[in-house]
Write a new protein. Structure first.
Length: 281
């Protein structure tokens, strides 16, 4: 289902931009609107990958768990590329936080329904075991949601490494959650782009521009070290970052390295394929 002559097409399905404060509620912002004082301004970008006969979502968004969220946002985003919820064959997860997986299920007439009923869900086995061992997932409604998904969805609990989707493999990152992973897509095709999506370890342009430790990570030092390691590998190999929380440029690459850090370049996409800069051709 990729575009003619290519084996893989990649899209950012923009769910919205939100103001997130101490209440941890995702308040949707209008275009140009700023976050509330003291709140974070975050974008949510589920990624759609079309390859072979597969329709793959990478972190399916927050769904109806935002302030005014609805499954209709995902439905409309998929419709724009000629797809339905039922067309999704695979859902791949970077880590189990609500803003990354809330879109896996929704309620109809008061009952939970799988949003992607035909999909296989690929989740790191240690990450899902971590949440199951706690027995709770955020609040009461979120816990009900989580255990509905784990009991009803087709789930493959996978180790780090390659999975049976051509060109897909995961790398352990840790740090943000103890078992969060980065997904590397496309190392099977040296003549075509390779993408990397590192969840919230590299979720925005700011994560590429500076070295830091964040108190929202379960292990800030581990997250910082993992971030620097994946940035270094991506720079050396020319990978394209897929930034889940970046509002202006969800696709980016590192073009220069110096003692002060990296130079970041936005990657323009056309029909799911990077636009080639004539200077780089």
């Amino acid at each position: 289902m990729a575009r003619s002559g290519l084996t893989r097409s990649v899209y950012a399905l923009h769910e919205g931009v939100f103001s997130v404060g101490m209440d941890k509620v995702f308040h949707r912002l209008a275009p140009g609107e700023e976050a509330a004082k003291g709140a974070l301004k975050l974008s949510l970008n589920p990624f759609l990958i079309l390859q072979d006969d597969a329709v793959i979502l990478l972190d399916p968004g927050m769904g109806e768990f935002t302030q005014d969220g609805s499954v209709e946002v995902m439905r409309q985003n998929l419709a724009e590329v000629g797809l339905t919820l039922e067309d999704v064959t695979d859902v791949v997860i970077s880590h189990l936080h609500l803003d990354h997986i809330g879109g896996l299920a929704h309620q109809e007439d008061g009952y939970w329904q799988l949003t992607f009923p035909e999909a296989t869900h690929w989740i790191n086995r240690d990450e899902i075991a971590r949440v199951e061992a706690k027995g709770t997932f955020y609040g009461e409604r979120q816990t009900e949601f989580f255990f509905f998904v784990t009991s009803r969805a087709s789930i493959e609990r996978v180790e780090t490494g390659a999975i049976p989707l051509r060109g897909w493999s995961s790398r352990h990152l840790g740090g943000h959650t103890s078992h969060s992973v980065a997904w590397v897509i496309g190392e099977d095709s040296p003549s075509e782009p390779t993408y990397v999506m590192a969840g919230d370890v590299v979720g925005s342009k700011g994560a590429l521009l500076r070295r830091y430790q964040a108190n929202y990570d379960v292990d800030p030092q581990q997250a910082s070290d993992a971030r620097e390691a994946i940035k270094k590998e991506a720079f050396e190999k020319g990978w394209i970052f897929m930034a889940y929380h970046e509002a202006t440029a969800p696709f980016m690459r590192l073009t220069e390295s110096s003692t002060s850090g990296y130079t970041v370049e936005a990657v323009e996409m056309d029909q799911g394929v990077p636009v080639v800069n004539p200077d780089q051709a």
